[in-house]
Design a protein around this ligand. Structure first.
Ligand SMILES: NC(=O)c1ccc[n+]([C@@H]2O[C@H](COP(=O)([O-])OP(=O)(O)OC[C@H]3O[C@@H](n4cnc5c(N)ncnc54)[C@H](OP(=O)(O)O)[C@@H]3O)[C@@H](O)[C@H]2O)c1
Length: 243
């Protein structure tokens, strides 16, 4: 058996990624809140691919449960992919710290809590892969979403350090930085078509990047160049802009 653990599995990107890995011969642990909602989805994967799919309950904010969550998996996963995320409301988060904290903890603290546990195990086993979905929003803070962006920036830095730490143990860490993706998270936004990926495209790119041990994936690829430009706008100009 070759299990991949996908956390935040109810996310549209995670679901497309689950299909991609099952299609390529992997069994799956799908973990998230109220995960029984994925029963029909899981059964559909089993029917199409004859791979095993197990659903496991996980709240990324319930840090105290993370060690037993991981210990209770019957099979040791070959790899883990995190699609957990919460965009939240920037304006609300500016004046309501509960919202700010939820954004920071969902996108960063919770993932760190679980990834620390898994990293220790993979390091001991000297094998495995870890994929974290961060965001281009972490490349530069903007007034429209800088609390979310700062949590993703922290996640990006964490994944970079983790990759550096685990290199010697042959454990590979992939940082995924999507630009716009057409999912539940963005359904209320008017996204530019040329810059917006479908979850299935992102899933295929994650699979290929992980298999080829790429370090950082911008998806769509054009975001690598968009963000290069955005990162290089001088601060005295950037602070006056609304992008
Ligand atoms: N869509 C985009 O344009 C875009 C761009 C850049 C980066 N991203 C990142 O891509 C990843 C996937 O996002 P998506 O677009 O597919 O959005 P999504 O469907 O909203 O996925 C977010 C997932 O995180 C889960 N989650 C939130 N809080 C959780 C908690 N306390 N415990 C466990 N799971 C929790 C949600 O579970 P519930 O279903 O239970 O709420 C949901 O399945 C996220 O990390 C997001 O930040 C997305």
């Amino acid at each position: 058996m070759s299990y991949v653990l996908i956390i935040g599995a109810k996310s549209d990107i995670a679901k497309a990624t689950a299909r991609e890995y099952a299609k390529n011969g992997y069994d799956l642990y799908l973990a998230g809140r109220n995960i029984s909602e994925l029963e029909v989805f899981a059964q559909d994967i089993v029917t199409r691919t004859q791979k095993e799919v197990k659903l496991v309950e996980l709240d990324i904010l319930d840090y105290a449960s993370h060690q037993s969550f991981y210990n209770n998996l019957e099979e040791e996963p070959l790899g883990v992919i995190s699609a957990v995320g919460y965009l939240g409301e920037q304006e609300k988060a500016q004046s309501d710290f509960t919202e700010a904290q939820k954004i920071m903890d969902t996108n960063y603290t919770g993932v760190v809590s679980l990834f620390n546990i898994i990293a220790d195990d993979f390091e001991k086993r000297r094998s495995g892969f870890m994929v974290g979905i961060s965001s281009v929003a972490g490349d530069r803070g903007r007034k429209s979403n800088y609390i979310y962006g700062s949590a993703k920036a922290a996640l990006t830095a964490y994944l970079s350090g983790l990759r550096n730490r685990l290199y010697e143990s042959q454990v590979h860490v992939l940082t995924v930085k999507p630009g716009f993706v057409a999912t539940k998270m963005t359904e209320e936004m008017d996204l530019p078509e040329k810059l917006t990926a479908q979850p299935e495209e992102v899933a295929l790119e994650i699979y290929k990047a992980q298999q080829s041990a790429k370090n950082v994936l911008y998806t769509k690829w054009i975001w690598k160049w968009v963000m290069l430009i955005i990162r290089n706008i001088p601060e005295f100009q950037f602070k006056k802009m609304s992008i």
